[in-house]
Design a protein around this ligand. Sequence first.
Ligand SMILES: [Zn+2]
Length: 363
Amino acid sequence: MIAEACIPMPLQIVIDDVGWRNGHDGNKENQPFRTGVDRIHGAEDYRAIVRFGRELGMRPQAVMILGDWDTQNRLRKIPTASWLGANWDNSANVGPWMEECAEILRSNQAHLEVVMHGIMHEFWLNGIATRAEWHDDAGVMRPRHDVIARFELFLELVKQHRLGPPPRSFVVCAGRHNFGAPGENFAELVQQFGIQAIFNEFSDELPQTRPLDYEWFGFDRGLITVQRSYDLFRWNHLAPVPEKTPYGPVCGMHWPHILHADPVRNGEIVDGWVRVLKPLNQAFDRLLSPSTEAFLAQLVHHTVTTVKVTGDELEVDASEYYRLPWKYRPELPVTVKVRRANQIESLQIKITSEKPILRQKLK
Ligand SMILES: [Zn+2]
């Protein structure tokens, strides 16, 4: 019987702007865009992410903004980090919700990943909000000391609230980034804080020093940088009803996309997404990834590793995977799907740098 094989394109879910306490869009008031939802965010909104991950067997990225989690007014030390500068006062946000929500994140690491986004999302230049926290509109990185101070504060807040291990993935705020920047380079700088992957929504309006090496990713100072595809809905669209799967490997979202105006009903919105995304796992050429690390390995294999069937023998050649200038390359099995007479079988193929070409008999 004739078989065909492929390395399916994986899917990871990336949910931006998780962590705000009050969702109010403040951009007309010299404040951050936040989530655009005019209500308080609490435990049910974090449970929505957990439900999403559990239902799909995935770990969606909870891409976090942590300024509202500041209990000691530490933002005062970074005057560019808020509209109040040295007069920053977060006392109105401090409360038991912090531990309640932290506990949900902490105890559900099997169903989500805490990913770094920023402190307050924008950059207040002489007290005026400008886009965005990490780079300006021209792709110029914010001053090194500002970047470092924010990273240190973010990691302190993760530790203080025990939100899980320090994040290894990072989503750039508002798409302001500079892939391949010469000289002082963001991708180089963030590695000292444990970041191993950057996700960014690249668009033609925000040009980079150079394009990504491949359609969905590239390497900048050894760091993989992934095209975080466009959302299916506007960033502040609350409670949408999805009808199609996203194009490409990343399901880019914002927090309101899985929430309801009444938080008790969040599950209805999450279940709408689960209905649309779950069938991808059964498709011959797609796959739901269980983690960001597995996603990255599979995405790169999907792009550069070849697979072929000759008679009853399967050959996987991952030589190119090991030639890429990738510092944090995962040593994980690659998933290959084999189709025979409309039966699809999923195989985990263990490949190593010592033995990048593997041949095995199909059963
Ligand atoms: Zn954002």
